[in-house]
Design a protein around this ligand. Sequence first.
Ligand code: 4AD
Length: 428
Amino acid sequence: GFFIFFLIKGWVRSVRAQKANLFLHVNDGSSLLSLQVVASSELNDPLLTFGSAVEVTGTLRKSPHQNQPVELEAQQIHVVGECNPVDFPFKIKERHGLEYIRQFPHLRCRTNAFSSLLRIRSEAATAVHSYFKENGFVQIHTPVITSNDCEGAGELFQVEPSGPQNEEEENFFSVPAFLTVSGQLHLEVMSGAFSRVYTFGPTFRAENSQSRRHLAEFYMVEAEVSFTQSLEDLTKVMEDMFRSATEHVLAHCAEDVDLFHKHVTPGHRVSPEGRLFNLAIDILNRSSEKFAFPTDWGCDLQTEHEKYLVKHCGNIPVFVTDYPYDLKPFYARDNQDHPEHTAAAVDLLVPGVGELCGGSLREERLDLLRARAGLEDTYSWYLDLRRFGSVPHGGFGLGFERYLQCILGVDNIKDVIPFPRFSHSCLL
Ligand code: 4AD
């Protein structure tokens, strides 16, 4: 055998007192696994309760049990922070549901389920950065405060200083400023000099929705690719990133993932069916399902339609492309060769969630952009991008929380972000 003098600092996940011995499981948050501590019952202390913080010193030795390689034979146990079991909302050995623990945003990281989730989230973020690094993308820190409304959907939060204002000053930035709804336009600026860029940061939308897939603050992964020829140049990146990130998470967080969901969807191949918006509309209209929203050409897909399409295609991710032109923002490229007026836009729909990514080729033709009302005045800088060394380009945005929901099978988006913000709720 071997003996190593060892100190562990962490939180008690279980306490079991037998005649001569005391057994504790201590967890320090680095993984789902807790270290088993064995102590003589003389070291027992009434303050050693589920959730209390401890420092244990002793010797690490090979464990006689098969399911744990080592255990700590304690010489000293110090309770650093007590945890009153009567008031603590989580009970030892009880499996609390995600909905229950959501009521305690300041305490829920102390549960196994939520701490696993946060480790998976952290690893998934690393996976996203690794994917882009390995594929030659340059990371751009796009601004959080901006004067543009990229999506034009009127979901902006305006930014103003709090406290007494200088009377003469109309507003702090002299122009209306907002929290970003998308870093796309800033990435488009960069795609005049870098052939592949991405950004990954907080995004804000004043969406008055209490749905289980919308937040007012969420993280978006956005990529922009220059010298594109068709939408395939984008769908390939979306599909590769989805698969590569998911494989990374499965390889690095197996125990955490297991706790969450026994059958995590690895990076499936995306269904070739229903790629065109036209076909998607056909599929919806041929179905016997009763939809609450219309499924006519020209109407946007609603969550119920997205879910049906995914199910119809065998419950695997589906691309829908070439949306009606009028449904998409000013930057989407006009598909002039199509009989219906469509835009070169694409959404990736996934099981359990619906829309995961939205993207498009960007309109690079200056005359077509100039024809769009108001653009010349508000976005003259955007038109400039098309005047100096402009190239065909396109990109997409992936909702990071929706990605986590999809791979883990988590029903509510509020359960995959440390501190959810949504209408009528901004706790902590
Ligand atoms: O489809 P969206 O609005 O696309 C854009 O903003 C583009 N400018 C991105 C780009 O091309 N660079 O948003 C992209 C994704 C959605 O597919 C969805 O997954 C997520 O962002 N998303 C939200 N996630 C959580 N809560 C919300 N309120 C969300 N709104 C969008």
